[in-house]
Design a protein around this ligand. Structure first.
Ligand code: PLP
Ligand SMILES: N[C@@H](CCOP(=O)(O)O)C(=O)O
Length: 465
């Protein structure tokens, strides 16, 4: 299996190189050249597997020939050994035909752990094998940062720098990034929003001298391995609900489009998914795009679901590439237009193809608060604001027909203020984080200037040549 760039001008890479590379050198994102296929019989046979066994089975075709089977199995086992729930990603019923897929039982209480615990171990394995070091730079609107710091903190071969928007993440999210005891962890508060942080990271990848100098690696969902790991829970939840003999739909709280793109990958691999519903908060660029066919940026508004406060939804590029028949030239044109005029138009045929598999809708701040309250009252179930946005959107599809799985991407205790305001209930942090708010913080505040941020990283990184 090799991996190709959505912009078609970077070399195709085998898995280990795609893993360490992050963003392709032409600014594109790596995707597998072909999708591994599972037949209905093969999927049916997966129903008896544990989550770890399922992850090994589903992910093996992506890494085969690049990582040996035994170490791969050990890495997967160890990664999911950090989870607090035996099922890793359990399903909870909240309606006649509606289910919540809890993705927040990892160490930092967000779905990012599912991929990051695996990614950190895979990267360490490859760096040791090659006797190399890496400088990891990531942008976060709150959850990726904490998950990456937990995964990579204390690793000998990496230094990790996380850029987060100063004052725009929840206090719990901030402390998960700023209280790490490990010397290889650097939390950088950027005076800007998440899109500014993400643009800085992409600019560093596109600055090839800097990139090569510090041996830059990325752990945002621009890294294919992040998406890859998330495919597994689409299989696990669909299998629990009768796949492949019964199709399933998913509603996904969406920002950077990584999580829902993993659902699209599962479908391409043979999992019968009827519909993938994109749920946005008030920052509804993706809902508008599906409605109008025009991807047009507006300014970001701060919401109670800060991790979805995004206008540049990176992984949408992967969908444009795949749904457009791997047309890299068309992707390049759209991305150039986006950079020049903050907008691009989707061809009618491409829009039609996307609408065949996806739907989209938004939940504004009132709808999110109402959904937290209603789900608590009706089902005695407490949603965080991100998951509530998706649950509110999923309700609009009714409860007849195909089962709807709503992805619950964060634990409510990560966003206590919004949850208390909406429901009157105070969600408690689990014991391993109970003293989080009194731990000492370490972080630097930087303005969103590329040169300044690069200088800071160069001085602190141990991977420089
Ligand atoms: C809690 C939570 N929900 C939803 C999202 C959106 O996921 P994605 O960016 O993969 O679309 C994020 C951020 O990525 C998040 O942290
Ligand atoms: N919502 C994310 C933003 C970064 O997304 P990623 O999936 O590309 O890492 C966050 O919480 O940081």
């Amino acid at each position: 299996m090799d991996y190709i760039s959505t912009r078609g001008e970077a070399p195709a890479l085998p898995f280990r190189d795609a893993l360490l590379t992050g963003l392709a050198r032409d600014g594109g994102l790596y995707v597998p050249r072909e999708w591994p296929q599972f037949s209905r019989d093969e999927i049916r046979a997966m129903a008896s597997l544990s989550y770890v066994e399922l992850a090994i089975t589903v992910l093996w075709p992506f890494v085969e020939g690049e990582i040996e089977r035994k170490p791969f199995e050990a890495i997967v086992r160890e990664a999911y050994g950090t989870f607090a729930h035996e099922a890793i990603c359990p399903l909870v019923q909240t309606g006649h035909n509606r289910f919540v897929l809890e993705l927040f039982h990892g160490p930092t209480l967000a779905f990012k752990d599912v991929a990051m615990q695996l990614l950190a171990r895979l990267m360490d394995h490859v760096l040791i094998e090659r006797d190399e070091r890496a400088t990891i730079v990531g942008a976060t609107s709150g959850d990726t940062g904490g998950a990456a710091i937990d995964g990579f903190g204390g690793q000998d071969r990496t230094d990790i720098f996380i850029l987060f928007p100063h004052g725009r993440v929840s206090p719990v999210q901030q402390r998960q990034m700023t209280t790490s005891p490990h010397a290889n962890v650097h939390a950088l508060a950027i005076e800007g929003n998440f899109d500014d942080c993400q643009s800085l990271v992409k600019s560093m990848f596109n600055h090839h001298r800097f990139r090569d100098n510090v041996r830059l690696s990325g752990v945002n969902s621009i890294n294919w391995a992040r998406i890859m790991a998330q495919i597994v829970y689409y299989f696990s939840s669909a299998l629990s609900l009768g796949a492949p003999d019964r199709p399933v739909s998913f509603t996904v709280p969406t920002g950077n489009f990584g999580d829902i793109f993993a659902g699209y990958c599962a479908k391409r691999m043979g999992l019968p998914i009827e519909r993938l519903v994109i749920a946005t908060n008030a920052n509804d660029i993706l809902a508008r795009t599906l409605e109008t066919g025009s991807y047009t940026m507006e300014s970001v508004v701060a919401t109670t679901s800060p991790s979805m406060d995004i206008q540049i939804s990176s992984n949408f590029e992967r969908l444009l590439f795949e749904a457009g028949g791997q047309n890299a030239a068309a992707v390049r044109r759209s991305m150039e237009q986006l950079q020049q005029s903050r907008s691009f138009k989707l061809e009618e045929s491409l829009l039609g193809k996307i609408r065949e598999g996806f739907a989209a809708d938004r939940a504004d701040e009132d709808a999110v608060a109402a959904e937290i309250r209603r789900t608590r009252e009706q089902c005695n179930y407490l949603l965080d604001p991100h998951s509530a946005a998706a649950h509110a959107v999923a309700r609009r599809y009714g409860e007849a027909g195909t089962p709807m799985v709503v992805l619950a991407t964060a634990h409510p205790a990560k966003f206590p203020d919004a949850v208390i305001r909406a429901s009157g209930v105070t969600p408690a942090l689990p014991p391993h984080l109970s003293d989080l708010m009194s731990r000492e913080e370490h972080y630097e505040v930087l303005s969103p200037e590329l040169e300044m941020v690069e200088d800071h990283i160069k001085k602190q990184s141990r991977a420089g040549m």
